[in-house]
Design a protein around this ligand. Structure first.
Ligand SMILES: [Zn+2]
Length: 313
């Protein structure tokens, strides 16, 4: 079963996917029992949708346990219980042929990787049923990574995720009220704050004022770019290098830390400022966080930024 189900009265969607092999305890088992790596070149059996290099240096393949499925019809259930067929595309990007850490990829490699995300986003958005393309990466067991080989994921969805819709709606409200994009205001305010991490020609990085996670980092486009595929080659490179620098420094401040990051870009036909959010997974959420959607962060972003600036190379 692949279905997108909506909360009774909130704009909150859940992907219900009952692929047997994708059950949580099974993920743990595959993690532990893995003897040979399925993402190594010699073992890879999946079709390759897109690759860089020959033999490949980066390869895009279908996710074996997809949360959404291109074969499922996009049927709608309306009324009190709302749902849609779990239509969509779920891909794995094998980031690198070797088992090395993201921060050890070459500058050229991270730029190529960002280019792959951009090309896949463009390809998925050419399908009119797709409303949003989510690009994200899980690193380490505490961040939910079930395979050790460096990889990231792309989900093309027939809905706009709640987080994106909230950010986008509030961005528009802010522009309406104050006549400027909040991300431009963030740049001006935070550039001279103790939370500023660094900048390059096209992107800047901050530890956001209301960081939820210790070490949370945002990387924001200076120009008003909506999607990955609107970036120029120079901008793609600056984005990739800013991400590499953020991760390299994060892992120096917190050695061995698990983390997730996700790219936030514009949904179909909407305005939005491209940015990326990194969530280090040093703390576990429990009852207070889950029941109230309020988070307790024991490392102020100012403290993290100070440590970052001391550790940055
Ligand atoms: Zn491998």
């Amino acid at each position: 079963m692949n279905e997108l189900r909506k909360h009774y009265f909130l704009d909150r969607w859940v992907v219900v996917s009952s692929e047997r092999a994708n059950r949580p305890e099974q993920i743990e088992e595959t993690h532990i029992q893995q003897k040979s790596c399925p993402f190594d070149r010699k073992n890879l059996k999946s079709p390759i949708f897109h690759k860089v290099g020959d033999p490949w240096e980066i390869a895009v393949i279908p996710n074996k346990f997809p949360a959404v499925d291109p074969q499922v019809s996009l049927s709608n259930r309306t009324g009190f219980l709302q749902s849609k067929g779990g239509f969509g595309m779920h891909e794995v990007v094998i980031d690198h042929p070797e088992h090395i850490k993201f921060q050890d990829f070459s500058d050229k490699h991270v730029t190529n990787l960002m280019g792959v995300y951009a090309q896949r986003t463009k390809a998925h958005m050419s399908d009119k049923r797709i409303e949003y393309v989510s690009v994200f990466r899980n690193e380490g067991a505490a961040a939910g990574a079930s395979i050790a080989h460096p990889h990231s994921q792309i989900l093309a969805l027939p809905i706009v995720p709640r987080m994106i819709e909230r950010e986008r709606g509030k961005q528009d409200e802010y522009i309406h009220m104050f006549g400027e994009n909040p991300f431009d205001k963030i740049y001006r305010e935070e550039k001279r704050s103790p939370r500023f991490l660094f900048e390059n020609s096209n992107f800047f990085a901050i530890a956001p004022f209301a960081s939820v996670f210790p070490g949370e980092t945002w990387i924001i486009a200076k120009r008003h770019v909506r999607t990955l595929f609107e970036l120029t080659r120079d901008e793609l490179s600056d984005f990739a290098l800013a991400l590499k620098k953020s991760i390299a420094t994060l892992t120096r401040v917190f050695p061995g830390v698990s983390y997730n990051w996700g790219i936030h870009q514009a949904p179909r036909g909407r305005d939005f400022r491209l940015h990326l959010e990194i969530y280090p997974r040093l703390t576990k959420f429990a009852g207070f966080e889950l029941s109230n959607d309020i988070y307790i962060n024991t490392v102020p972003p100012e403290s993290y930024a100070k440590e970052f600036r001391e550790a940055v190379k």
